[in-house]
Design a protein around this ligand. Sequence first.
Ligand code: ADP
Ligand code: MG
Length: 292
Amino acid sequence: MAERVLRIKDLTARVGGTEILHGVDLEVRPGEVHAVMGPNGSGKSTLSHVLMGRPGYEVTGGSVTLDGIDVLALPTWERARAGLFLALQHPTEVPGVSLESVVAEAARAGGRSTEGIHEILVAEAARIGFDERFVSRPLNVDLSGGEKKRNEMLMLGALGPRYAVLDEIDSGLDVDALAAVSRRLQEATEEDDLGVLAITHFSRLLEVLEPDRVHVLAAGRIQAVGGPELAERLEAEGYTGVLAEVGVSVGLPTGVTHPEDHHAGFGEDPFADPFADPFADTSADPSSGSPA
Ligand code: ADP
Ligand code: MG
């Protein structure tokens, strides 16, 4: 039997004609939690999209294997069938299609029974203190950011993947929802041996969901690796200082005119939106992006 590990090796990738990932190395084993932290624009979401095979993201080198399977050779749905799950930073609204239909279809595509899916989803909702009516509503339509994130957690819980990539699943969640979601994730690592790659800016997610390793992604590479204490240091000191120690300076991306608007670490402006993403409006326009 192949070694059980999600192995990312020297991964390089391009988006909109620009190389964003310059050689990422990371290994996640079943039951392990790996946190990925890093300044805005460092390539965290790009990594998640490349892993799942989003169109427009071109792999230019390196490899990704899941329990020995060459993930990059597969279309997205087969990656999911192989056991990979992505919780999106910005979950998609799907009018007319319920969360339950999506999960049932995913189970069917994976050759699994759809019997009892409704009950499983209702139970999953209860586990994270979420209203069960979201199971039957059109997926993510008109929902708040935090409700969308809880939908991602419901799907993850019901589908039971082997490895889950969570792109800022904590952003938008209130304190209670965050506690419930991180508890559910921690249980999945213990009960189902789920391997987690959690992209986050906040050590709060990592209070219940215990990271084995914390990786700092900046300028398209893992620049530093440490234990849980590294997440706390990053939150207290910001990315700039920690990265300077390893010789990386966090430059401001093009188009960001006010340094305090750039959330590299935790800015001085008390009114700055900690979730503001300077790239949010430009990501749809391939001509306007530029690497950090
Ligand atoms: P993070 O998630 O770490 O904040 P992203 O992976 O979203 O960063 O973005 C990394 C870099 O890639 C940014 O400079 C961003 O502008 C650029 N980028 C992301 N998506 C696109 C795209 N579709 N076209 C062009 N550039 C992009
Ligand atoms: Mg992102």
